[in-house]
Design a protein around this ligand. Structure first.
Ligand code: MRU
Length: 973
């Protein structure tokens, strides 16, 4: 045991001076977790990492004795007790706060702390030789906080806390500096304020109810307690502010200000200023050193506000957020890219404007292409539409799942309606006009039937026209698809998002492109353009959408009463300017397996695709189980997402019920209600482990929240947040693994003497947006190669008997406009003989510890042939598909589907015939003799690790060690 350690005790009153700008690496808010413990008989060690101070549980007893909020071990340990903690992020440790609150007479007498860095997937053991002592043996006193500073350690991500000989500790906080995580690609946009990226909150004017350092934590927190909140001010003109030091000098693009959980105490407005300084502490910077990047702007309750920033051509190191007059902000996200002189600016040829749009609005930050404002080039990100961010241009017409989130709650009248079956939000926007009386203009409703636009590669939309109405405001209310369209072959599913592009009027009475803003609106959001606001005609994404337009017109709008400048005249050349960022996702418009709106869940019925797009509501756990079991939804990640969302929806509805259901009467009643639901969902399909991983994750949150002493409603809230997170994180994971896998294959091909482009890649089954929450795994890899212009052709097998390939993968590749060729399952060998295939990418339903992989039946065949033809065979799957509980593939349960499924084929009658609604007639036919008995119909097979070249997760690529037939997956799980 190496030891290098001296320490200094710090007085409590000097906490702020010594610790306030450091990061609490161990906190659960950062993802700190207990990985192993010698004993936790009296009280569980996870308590050590909780954010809130330890409450006294004096006089409360459990089955083992007095209750303590902390870690307490049995008495009389002849040696010592230990607890291994994985820090929320890798970093340098320079101090501790060891708190023995309420342990008096049973406190731990002495402790030491050791640390190490390990990127193995499995946690280090107690006797790992790499443990280094960073805090020598020190004494602790009863019921008191011990602040300790040490020599800064090396960069570590595990610590071991040792108690000599045994006892109790309430809280254990490990402080230091984060080892920043940055994107490899300097052009990539990321949250430069994020704690993991090295961001720091270095000053707050007040943090009475919530500390400033919460502003840059991961996630959206779980309640009002984990944001930055200042005390109520009583002076007119009061304001509070906080200063964030970015993890790197950056060129900023846009920001997100999140007021989650602040429903009655959110700030009235905020503004952002930025500065460039070599100093760490910029509190004393003169005011003129600060540049406005977001002028004072209204905020609303309980939501994420995304703002495009101004004056962003110079690099900044610090950002100051000022809130008026006071209140709570949950998170601040500052998106930009590192300032490296190398990053090129687009060439200035002519005045151009375009919008970049991240197809997926879930997950990490919206646009990946930076905001560009040069005299002639305007590229703006499309950000989430909220009433506050749109207020300079008009109003947003929508309801609010949480009525406490309505904007300007004091001025918005909300009443029950329709005999209590509805909530009415009164007059969210007026219809106004300024026509002269003699014009005889009247207000009226028109309908727009909009077709979906097609974005350019990288999610770019060139803005070629803006219009305005000088005498009337104009409302657009989405009405959903016109029925006749839904389900047509090749016709897209109804759209549920659209672009809103606006700009203010300039001095020259033309659009002021500096004020150009773009938003993504959902089909449950209507907008009203204020009179005279320049705006882009309706641009619908994904699928056709109808709108009601409410405006005042003369007659039927005969004299066109709107102005369109000569289409920017000089803008007609359709070369657009925008950086194509590699990680910008391209998801087949309208192709998503699940869609949600509030607690409503719908799935596309994959049994009827591609010829019929039928959205099925999933209103209960039972319906979710049935949808999974009957394969109306399939694909390991997608079924896990549906299970998680079903639990979240179930509990969201429960929380809204009045009176509340019995199982919300107590945490134990809730546990007794939810646990069987989770076990039931887990039984829907046996092979795909992601489903189990999701139910286990929710079970863990259930137990943790209950152990934290939360009431049933708070526990239910935590489960809802976690359930949505399981779905929400999926797209980001898929993009990450697709990038890892795509780049790895390109390198492999180059190593084999190839050019690394014009690649032919084959896949099996369907692993795209329909099998996940978006983008896809193995099909994501193929999409990534297409996006980066490395792909020639995608080859895919039919994957009978369910035809995931011929029905679903074909549908996705066509929509993504990716060149592709289908082959029957029996033709793989012939393909490898006659076509230069550079790689095979497949998904997975369960990966054993040694790398043996279960996937759609037929995968093993392809692997054997790939080995025969020496073609790289890549498995692409999220970490949640790796099951470290099982050593090898022989232990993977293989689902056998009903024999009938292998005898039937479903599809559209051919030649096509359509019903009255224009929906193609479908039929199911039996291809076998009626009295056939013997049918072998396993749904999956297992490919042994020795036939697999690489396994890719969102954490990287694993290959087998030289001469080994198995994988060590520890580095990528
Ligand atoms: O029976 P399915 O269609 O659910 O099988 C799906 C697969 O085998 C996929 O390859 C796997 O689930 C990965 S999906 C990203």
């Amino acid at each position: 045991m190496a030891s290098s350690s001296a320490f200094e005790r710090i007085a409590l009153e000097d906490f702020t001076a010594n610790f306030s700008t450091l990061t609490e690496h161990s906190s659960v808010a950062l993802g700190g977790t207990v990985q192993g413990v010698s004993d936790e008989f009296f009280a569980d060690a996870f308590h050590l990492l909780l954010v809130e101070p330890a409450p006294s549980l004096k006089g409360q007893f459990g089955p083992k004795g007095a209750l303590f909020s902390g870690w307490e071990t049995r008495r009389h340990n002849p040696d010592y007790d230990w607890c291994i903690i994985k820090l929320g992020t890798t970093g340098i440790i320079s101090g501790f706060d060891i708190d023995t609150a309420h342990f008096n007479g049973n406190e731990a007498p002495e402790v030491t702390v050791q640390a190490l860095h390990s990127n193995k997937g499995t946690p280090p053991t107690v006797d790992d030789a790499r443990w280094t002592e960073i805090l020598p043996r020190i004494a602790l006193g009863p019921s008191s906080r011990h602040l300790l500073k040490i020599q800064p350690s090396s960069s570590v991500n595990y610590v071991k806390l040792n108690m000599y000989p045994d006892g109790g500790i309430a809280r254990f906080r490990v402080y230091g500096d984060v080892s920043p995580v940055r994107p490899q690609d300097a052009a990539e946009i990321y949250d430069m304020a994020h704690v993991f990226a090295g961001g720091r909150v270095i000053f707050t004017s007040d943090q009475h109810f919530g500390v400033g350092s919460n502003l840059i934590l991961p996630g959206r927190g779980k309640d009002m307690g984990d944001g930055w909140e200042t005390k109520r001010s009583r002076q007119p003109g009061h304001k509070d502010w906080a200063i964030i030091k970015l993890g790197d000098t950056g060129l900023l693009s846009h920001a997100e200000i999140d007021t989650a959980h602040f429903k009655g105490n959110f700030p009235e407005s905020c503004e952002l200023h930025a500065a460039h300084s070599a100093e760490f502490d910029t509190c004393s910077l003169p005011e003129d050193a600060w540049t406005t990047i977001l002028p004072r702007t209204k905020l609303g309750p309980h939501r994420q506000h995304q703002f495009q920033l101004e004056n962003i051509h110079t690099p900044y190191t610090h950002v100051r957020i000022t809130i008026h007059p006071d209140g709570g902000v949950k998170r601040v996200r500052l998106f930009g890219r590192r300032h490296t002189d190398a990053v090129s600016q687009p060439s200035e040829t002519s005045v151009k404007a375009s919008v970049t749009l991240e197809i997926e609005t879930s997950g990490p930050p919206a646009s990946q292409a930076p905001t560009i404002h040069t005299p002639n080039t305007f590229v703006v990100p499309a950000l989430a539409l909220t009433p506050e961010t749109f207020s300079p241009f008009g109003q947003v017409i929508q309801s609010y799942p949480d009525i406490n989130a309505v904007p300007s709650p004091r001025n918005t009248k909300i009443t029950g309606a329709n005999q209590g079956t509805a909530i009415k939000y009164h007059k969210l926007a007026p219809i106004v006009s300024s026509y002269s009386a003699e014009a005889g203009a009247t207000a009226g409703l028109s309908v727009y039937h909009c077709q979906a636009i097609t974005l350019e590669v990288g999610g770019i939309w060139p803005v070629k026209v803006l219009e305005r109405h000088p005498c009337t405001n104009q409302a657009f209310i989405p009405m959903g698809p016109s029925r006749s369209e839904a389900g047509e072959i090749g016709e897209m599913a109804p759209g549920y998002r659209y672009l809103v592009i606006v700009s203010k009027n300039g001095e020259d009475d033309r659009p002021d492109l500096k004020s150009l803003r773009a938003f993504v609106a959902f089909s449950n959001q209507g907008i009203v353009y204020d009179t005279g606001i320049w705006h882009h005609p309706m641009a619908v994404l994904e699928g056709p959408l109808d709108f009601t337009c409410v405006e005042t017109q003369v007659g039927n709008g005969e004299p066109l009463d709107y102005l369109i400048p000569d289409a920017f005249g000089f803008f007609l050349s359709n070369a657009t300017v925008a950086t194509v960022s590699r990680s910008t996702a391209m998801t087949a418009p309208g192709l998503t397996s699940i869609r949600t709106s509030g607690e409503k869940i719908e799935i596309v019925n994959q049994l009827l695709l591609p010829h019929t797009t039928e959205w099925l509501p999933v209103d209960s756990i039972e319906q979710a189980h049935d949808a999974i079991k009957s394969m109306k939804i399939r694909g390991a990640p997608a079924i896990a997402s549906l299970a998680a969302l079903a639990i979240a929806s179930h509990l969201t509805k429960a929380l809204q019920q009045d009176p509340a259901p019995e199982y919300l009467s107590s945490p134990d009643a809730l546990k007794a209600h939810v646990e069987p639901q989770l076990q039931y969902l887990y039984t829907a399909r046996p092979t795909a482990v992601n489903l189990g991983a999701a139910t286990r994750r929710l079970t863990k949150v259930l137990n943790t929240s209950i152990a934290e002493g939360k009431d049933a409603r708070a526990v239910a809230q935590d489960l809802i947040v976690e359930g949505k997170a399981i779905d929400g994180e999926d797209v980001y994971r898929n993009k990450e693994m697709s990038k890892w896998g795509g780049e790895w294959l390109v390198e492999q091909v180059k190593k084999r003497g190839g050019s690394g482009d014009h690649l032919n890649v084959m896949t099996v089954c369907n692993t795209g947006s329909l099998a996940t929450s978006g983008y896809g795994t193995a099909l994501g890899l193929i999409t990534y190669l297409h996006e980066t212009r490395k792909l020639d052709t995608a080859f895919f097998t039919q994957s009978t008997p369910y035809h995931q390939g011929s029905r679903l993968t074909a549908f996705e590749l066509i929509s993504l406009k990716i060149p592709s060729v289908m082959l029957c399952d029996s033709m793989v060998g012939s393909l490898f003989q006659h076509k230069g295939i550079h790689g095979i990418a497949v998904g997975a339903d369960r990966i054993a510890k040694n790398g043996d992989t279960a996937n759609k039946v037929g995968t093993y065949n392809a692997a054997v042939l790939a080995a025969r033809h020496n073609i790289p065979f890549i498995v692409v799957a999220p970490v949640s598909t790796v099951d470290l509980e099982i050593e090898n593939g022989s232990q993977i349960p293989i689902e056998h589907r009903p024999p009938l499924e292998a005898r039937l084929v479903r599809g559209a009658l051919y030649p096509f015939t359509s019903n009255a609604q224009g929906v193609k007639e479908q039929a199911t036919v039996m291809v076998t003799p009626e009295d056939l008995e013997g049918v072998y119909n396993p749904s999956f097979d297992v490919t042994p690790a020795e036939l697999i070249t690489a396994i890719v997760t969102e954490r990287g690529v694993a290959v087998k060690a030289e001469g080994s037939n198995v994988f060590d997956l520890s580095g990528i799980v």
